[in-house]
Design a protein around this ligand. Sequence first.
Ligand SMILES: C[S@@+](CC[C@H](N)C(=O)[O-])C[C@H]1O[C@@H](n2cnc3c(N)ncnc32)[C@H](O)[C@@H]1O
Length: 300
Amino acid sequence: MERHENKGMTIYMGDAMDILSSCIPDASVNLIFADPPYNIGKNFNGRKDKWESDEKYLDWCYRWLSLCIAKMSPNGTFYLMAATQNMPFLDIFLRKHLTVLSRIVWSYDSSGVQAKRYFGSLYEPILHCVKNPDDYVFNADDVMVEAKTGATRKLIDYRKPVPTQYSTMKVPGNVWSIPRVRYRMPEYEEHPTQKPIALLERIVLASSNPGDLVLDPFSGTFTTGAATHKHGRRFVGIEAEEAYIKIGLRRLGIATEYKGEHLHRPPKTYEPAFSGQTENLTLFESNHDSSVYGKHPRCP
Ligand SMILES: C[S@@+](CC[C@H](N)C(=O)[O-])C[C@H]1O[C@@H](n2cnc3c(N)ncnc32)[C@H](O)[C@@H]1O
C-alpha cells in the first residue's frame, strides 16, 4: 500500500477493499463515484477483469459496496457504474441501504460497427443514490443544459395561467449523450475504460459543494480526481495498478517524478516528440485537514 498526497488530493495504491476498511473514516465522504471492473474480461495492465462466476463477482461487489456505504456522510451521494447485465443485482442490493434517485443512461455513438447480428451496445448504466432522500446535495443550477425542444422553436406554453415562452435551460434528464474518450482527444490516457471528464464534471458539480470530499475507489486514469481538482473539491482515490497511479500523480499535479521516473504523457503517434506539457490544472488550495487519513496501523 502506498499513499501520495498534495493539497487536498490523496492517492492510494492498493486494493480498494483494504484501503476502504483501513484508511477512510466512516461517514467522512460527501460523494462517491465507483466505476469498478465490470467482470467482462478487460485487461487492466495485466489485472484480471473476470471472476470465476457471476456469484463470486457479485459477492465481491456487495462487500466493497457495503464499505462505501459506511464511508458516506449522512447527506452523502453515491454514483455507481456497472455492466448492464450486472446492474439489476447491484440495484436491488443498494436499494436495501440507499435511495436510488435516478437510473442514468450514459449513451454514446461509435463510428465502428458494434455488432452485425444483434443490436450493439452503445450505453452504460449509472445509478445515482443518496443516503437520505430528505437531505442531499443537488446543485441543479450548476449543471443546466440547453432546453432544445420548445425554446429553440420559440414556442409558447399556453397551458400556463399567463402564456409563457418555454425555458431555454433545464436540468439534464437521465439520458446523457457524452462522447467516449478517443485517442485524439487531449484528455486521452492509456487505459481501456477511461471515462470522459465531462461525465464526471456533471456528477461532481451536481452532487458536491466546493471543499467537499469525493472518493473514487477504482480510479483508473483519475478522471474523478481531475474533475474534483478543477472544481475545488477534495479527493481521495484508490487504484491497484502502478501504471495508472503514475497517470493520476501526473494528471492531478501531485508529482512530476515517481521512483526516479519523470512522469509525462506519452506522445501520440501524430505529435512531435514529447513537449513536457501536462494538463493545465491549477492546484486547489485546501483549508481542510486531510490528516484523518492514514491513522490506521495498516494505512501508510
Ligand atoms: C473501470 S476502471 C476505472 C476507470 C476510471 N473511472 C477512469 O475514468 O479512468 C477500473 C479500475 O479499477 C482498478 N482495479 C481493479 N481491481 C481493483 C482493486 N481490487 N482495488 C483497486 N483498484 C482496482 C483497475 O486497475 C482499473 O483501473
